[in-house]
Design a protein around this ligand. Structure first.
Ligand code: UDP
Ligand code: MG
Length: 317
């Protein structure tokens, strides 16, 4: 059965990478179409400019003159996840692939994804088989992040980022999730469907630099950080952690005072101090965590748009 393919690529300040990677992507897809192993009828590349401040949009527009490239310009920087979502809402093909524009994710993996789609899989997830190209810091934080998610019972596919193929019905299921803070790789395992895992090796970025600064990584992980009204709630949580740590240490000290230098201590002191310190810290920590969830409810109830499209190169829409 011949099918159409859309490839969605979010771009943020990619004037260095895009002029090199885009022609590579286009000629690769061209090659796939003439390969008899794939029943590819038609393909498009949907480039989403996530509020870039460099020449990214000009580059996209230039390529947008070719009918196979669709450019979607967002009104400001909405972040990687939302930019991807914007692209996905424009996708209309039978199969849709999302990938980054820096080609760190081996483009040749697309072949395996398509073969998997052709044999009846609705989802083909690219999973990194090695983290050799990562910095020590990124490796460490990734491990910590995954163990935290596991601890909280979040079902997530380890080392799968946002390089994946979705069938049209899988995409429809994904787009039926309307939460404002959409964490795509958390939703993917939750929508079900026949899923295949495609291992690949991730390269180091050749052109330009990572657009995920430490700050961006943090704010994407702890969402809603940009909203002023939620920030105070989060600060309570942070304050609670500090108080809890300090009271734990003081608690230890109280114990030592009680049992090692018991002579200098008023009787009943330890049993008063310990619960006071421990409970005080725990209470503030708990209020902070509650605040975190209330903040999330608050942001969700506002139903703000997840992205705003300024313009597209697609004349038909
Ligand atoms: N990106 C985006 N908006 C952002 C940050 C990143 O659209 O606010 C895009 C970026 O242009 C790239 C992809 O998301 O195509 C992944 O970003 P990057 O390669 O910088 O992340 P890393 O590979 O370092 O995790
Ligand atoms: Mg990258």
């Amino acid at each position: 059965m011949p099918y159409n393919l859309d490839v969605v690529i979010p771009c943020y300040n990619e004037e260095e990478a895009l002029p090199v990677t885009l022609p590579r992507i286009l000629s690769y897809l061209e090659g796939l179409q003439s390969d008899p192993r794939f029943a590819l009828r038609h393909w498009r590349v949907i480039l989403v400019d996530d509020g870039s401040r460099d020449r990214t949009w000009t580059i996209i527009e230039d390529h947008g003159k070719a009918e196979r490239v669709v450019g979607v310009k967002l009104s400001r920087n909405f972040g990687h996840q939302n930019a991807m979502l914007a692209g996905l809402t424009y996708a209309s093909a039978d199969a849709v692939i999302t990938m980054d524009c820096d080609l760190q994710d081996d483009i040749n993996t697309i072949e395996a994804m398509l073969l998997s789609y052709q044999s009846g899989f609705d989802l083909a997830l690219g999973v990194r088989s090695s983290r050799a190209s990562d910095t020590f810091f990124k490796k460490g934080t990734a491990r910590l992040y995954y163990s935290l998610l596991t601890l909280f019972g979040v079902n997530i596919i380890e080392d799968h980022a946002d390089y994946r193929l979705m069938s049209q019905r899988a995409l429809r299921a994904l787009l039926a999730h309307h939460e404002v803070n959409l964490f795509l790789r958390g939703i993917i395992p939750a929508i079900g469907f026949k899923t295949s895992i495609i291992p690949y090796v991730r390269q180091a970025r050749e052109l330009g630099c990572s657009k995920y600064t430490l700050g961006k990584m943090l704010s994407l992980a702890i969402d809603g950080i940009t909203s002023f009204s939620v920030l105070p709630l989060r600060m309570i949580a942070l304050f609670g952690i500090v108080v809890f740590l300090v009271s734990s240490i003081t608690g230890l000290w109280v114990l030592v005072e009680r049992f090692v230098h018991s002579a200098s201590v008023v009787s009943g002191w330890a049993s008063t101090m310990l619960p006071l310190l421990a409970l005080g810290g725990l209470q503030i920590l708990s209020i902070g965590i509650l605040g975190e969830y209330i903040g999330k409810i608050y942001l969700e109830t506002k139903r703000r748009p997840r992205f705003i499209v300024e313009t597209t190169t697609d004349q038909t829409r």
